[in-house]
Design a protein around this ligand. Structure first.
Ligand code: FAD
Ligand code: NAI
Length: 477
């Protein structure tokens, strides 16, 4: 079979499927090539995010947080519950149901927008005025597509470590870690990054003894130091996550009785960790193998990322790349916005993404969210700043909700008052950060937020109070 389109998108993760929909909305005949198979063997759209990333992890985070609430937090409200039972099979089935609903939803969106789903994996065969892409499924060529414009959105996969064989049963990357059929007694995690903390939290809340081994000597170094300190205190002292920093993994051995990790600790001493399951979450690598990059002269960096400019244009005319397969944060919303921007650029528009205002959110409890620069980053860059913080302890809504931990911190330029960064650690930080994202996108000063009427009683009043604190005039502290 051979088909021709104006635009072909390779990969249907959040970057690719959104790019395809936007291209179709703009009037291009559009195809999206995707060959992902779910555990039932069915082809599914949605990529890492919907199948084995954002969506299933957030479903399990919510289920496990509900367990934590019932077991440890309801008592404060005068509610006692006995005989709590957790059915992991049902919890996993609920998660799978949500994934199924979401991925089928994209099939519906493709039909609605007249995007053709070409089932299989795409590989460049030749370039020129039009590009020819061969589509393969299970080793057989099933289609050949030609298109003038190509958007590469092939995403990323888990990075594995040499000598540690991931089987996704005992030693897991994100795929196995999201599908454990029972609560392990002891869980080891290599890497205290976003996945290690989120999935470590899921299984800890369900009763697992979790030990996280992190190579870096510092914890959550990407966040503001005030957030690092608070998160460390809550995760280790209050919640009992055992996090060891500055370690070097020496050897991982699988036995009938479990897994042993030999490592060197931060003092240089040899240590052993025995566990029943191990999660390896040490970052992700771009998917560029098998794309046929060399067939068309597409530039790929040494680390496997497709090289692009600020507008996601590659070195080839009319070929763009977006999402995890290019530079920048590996985040679904970054991939989506790049997808929209590229489709619009193909249509001759001049879209713009401000990479400084892409929010980060870690969905632990409390959640950690930030946008822009930390206080330390500003200082390192020689920018004079003033900061304001406000604790949720002094926020009536947070007290009512029983979620009074954490704070909002705003970093503003000392001379102009323009907001340079926002940092929130709180149960609902993921929603609260968006006010600061919007403010930064509109180049707001902290005084702008301080003068906006915020509903009462709301958590967002803490954002306003943090803005007032920048000018040392909080009203409720
Ligand atoms: P992907 O989602 O990786 O999709 C790429 C698609 O391309 C895949 O479906 C793949 O099958 C397909 N593909 C690859 N090669 C080919 C080929 N040759 N031909 C055809 N198709 C191909 N981000 C957030 O913003 N928020 C979160 O809460 C969050 N949680 C996460 C939790 C976990 C456990 C993980 C692993 C990731 C999480 N992420 C989160 C990151 C997020 O999933 C990624 O940033 C996002 O999926 C990237 O989108 P993408 O479209 O670039 O690539
Ligand atoms: P990560 O980059 O967040 O963290 C990896 C951690 O592993 C780092 O702290 C690193 O120092 C450590 N590490 C690396 N090599 C090591 C080694 N040999 N031994 C011990 N520690 C080692 O990567 P992670 O957690 O795998 O997640 C991948 C990406 O997926 C994230 O960077 C993020 O882009 C995305 N993601 C986003 C989420 C969100 O937005 N909420 C949730 C989950 C993933």
């Amino acid at each position: 079979m051979s088909q021709s389109f104006d635009v072909v998108v390779i990969g249907a993760g959040p970057g690719g499927y959104i790019a395809a929909i936007r291209a179709a909305q703009l009037g291009f005949s559009t195809a999206c090539i995707e060959g992902w198979r779910n555990p039932k063997g069915e082809m599914a759209l949605g990529g890492t995010c919907l199948n084995v990333g954002c969506i299933p992890s957030k479903a399990l985070l919510q289920s496990s947080e509900n367990v934590e609430q019932v077991e440890h937090k309801f008592a404060d409200h005068g509610i006692s519950v006995s005989g709590v039972k957790v059915d992991i099979a049902k919890m996993q089935a609920r998660k799978d149901g949500i994934v199924g609903k979401m991925t089928k939803g994209i099939e519906f969106l493709f039909k609605k927008n007249k995007v053709t789903w070409v089932k299989g994996f795409g590989k460049f065969v030749s370039g020129g005025d039009t590009y020819t892409i061969e589509v393969t499924d299970a080793g057989k060529v099933v289609d050949t597509i030609t298109a003038k414009h190509v958007i590469i959105a092939t995403g990323s996969k888990a990075r594995h470590l040499p000598g540690i064989a991931v089987d996704n049963v005992n030693i897991c990357d994100n795929e196995g870690a999201l599908a454990l059929p029972a609560v392990p007694k002891r869980l080891g995690v290599i890497g205290a990054g976003v996945i290690g903390l989120e999935l470590g939290s899921v299984w800890r809340r369900l009763g697992t003894e979790v030990t996280i081994l992190e190579a870096m000597p510092s914890f959550l170094a990407v966040t503001d130091e005030a957030i690092q300190k608070e998160a460390w205190k809550v995760f280790t002292k209050e919640q009992g996550l055992n996090i060891k920093l500055g370690v070097k993994i020496d050897k991982v051995t699988t036995k009938k009785t479990g897994i042993t990790i030999d490592y060197t600790d931060d003092k240089g001493l040899a240590q052993k960790l025995d566990c029943d399951k191990l999660i390896v979450s040490v970052g992700r690598v771009p998917n560029t193998d098998g794309l046929g990059a060399s067939n068309v002269g597409l530039k790929v960096s040494e680390r496997g990322f497709i090289e692009v400019d600020d507008h996601c244009a590659t070195n080839l005319p009319n070929v763009y790349a977006i999402g995890d397969v290019v530079r920048g944060p590996m985040l679904a919303h970054k991939a989506e916005d790049e997808g929209v921007a590229v489709a619009e650029r193909i249509a001759g528009q001049q879209p713009h993404i401000d990479f400084n205002t892409i929010p980060w959110i870690i969905y632990t409890s409390p959640e950690i969210a930030w946008v822009g620069k930390s206080e330390q980053q500003c200082k390192a860059e020689g920018i004079a700043v003033k900061t304001g913080s406000f604790p949720f302890m002094a926020n009536g809504r947070a007290l009512g909700q029983g979620e009074a931990g954490g704070f909002v911190k705003i970093v503003a330029d000392a001379n102009t008052d323009r907001i340079l960064g926002g940092h929130v650690i709180h149960a609902h930080a993921s929603e609260l950060i968006q006010e600061l994202v919007t403010a930064m996108e509109f180049k707001a000063a902290s005084e702008d937020i301080a003068r906006i009427v915020h509903g009462h009683p709301t958590l967002s009043e803490a954002v306003k109070e943090a803005a007032l604190a920048v000018d040392k005039r909080t009203l409720n502290m």
